[in-house]
Design a protein around this ligand. Structure first.
Ligand code: ADP
Ligand code: ADP
Ligand code: ZN
Length: 213
């Protein structure tokens, strides 16, 4: 089963994707994570996209489509979770073509509905484990022990440079202009379901499970 998690920055896509990986053996394909990895490994592409990401703008369709194509050629395990992709109509069309090319099928697009006022707090309080990628929040999902990842014990906990109010404003504008039209696009082809992303993490997970089962 292949699914898309759709929603603005801070909606909880990454948090829910990780649960689906743990519970169902699905494979998380986060273009944000892939781009951040390219930056730290210092590739040409990584250098090119760094300033765009810091500003909160979208990188070109061509780059992210290339990253996704590399990943979906392999084994899809319990299915792919597209997290943060597609983000434009061009990317959505390209994903449709790629899935057809590799004989895959899109099962569900899950829109995570949140209201903007909650997002500032979600984004400024977010931190992640640099070792295993677990996502935390200073108020809603703190580590059990201060400064130590619950999952892997690493002390390498990081706050993203683009997780500030100014970049969030740009990211939200990008979302409304370029990504939110995908809600209509997937509604029209019968794939769309919506969940309340403002509920507690486990409640959101149950709503998603109800759609998948
Ligand atoms: P996205 O991948 O959509 O940008 P994340 O999954 O990284 O969002 O979540 C953003 C922040 O909000 C993180 O700090 C995360 O711990 C927190 N968070 C995620 N889901 C919830 C929720 N349902 N309730 C409260 N906080 C949440
Ligand atoms: P968020 O937590 O805000 O949902 P992501 O980690 O998904 O953020 O993405 C971080 C940044 O990476 C975006 O602001 C954008 O610059 C770039 N990016 C990620 N995915 C895409 C995509 N599918 N298309 C264009 N740019 C992307
Ligand atoms: Zn960790």
């Amino acid at each position: 089963m292949n699914i898309i998690l759709l929603g603005p920055p801070g909606a909880g896509k990454g948090t829910q994707a990780r649960k689906l990986v743990d519970e169902r053996g699905m494979i998380q394909l986060s273009t944000g994570d892939m781009l951040r990895e390219a930056r730290t490994s210092g590739t040409e592409m990584g250098k090119r996209v760094a300033a765009i990401m810091d500003a909160g703008e979208l990188v070109t369709d061509e780059i992210v489509i290339g990253l996704i194509e590399e990943k979906i050629q392999g084994d899809n395990g319990g299915g792919f979770i597209f997290d943060g992709f597609p983000r434009t109509l061009g990317q959505a069309d390209a994903l449709g073509d790629l899935l057809a090319k590799y004989k895959q099928h899109l099962d569900h697009v899950i829109e995570m509905r949140v209201d903007d006022t909650a997002l500032v707090n979600r984004i400024v309080g977010r931190f992640t484990c640099g070792n295993c990628g677990e996502v935390y929040h200073k108020d809603t999902k703190p580590t059990k022990k201060d400064g130590v990842c619950d999952v892997c014990g690493s002390e390498d906990l990081k706050h993203r440079a683009d997780d500030n109010e100014e970049s969030l404003r740009t990211r939200l504008m990008e979302y409304y202009k370029k990504t939110s039209p995908l809600i209509g696009y997937y509604y029209a082809n019968g794939k769309l379901s919506s969940v309340n992303g403002l509920a507690e993490i486990d409640k959101v997970a149950s709503s998603i499970a109800a759609i998948l089962d």
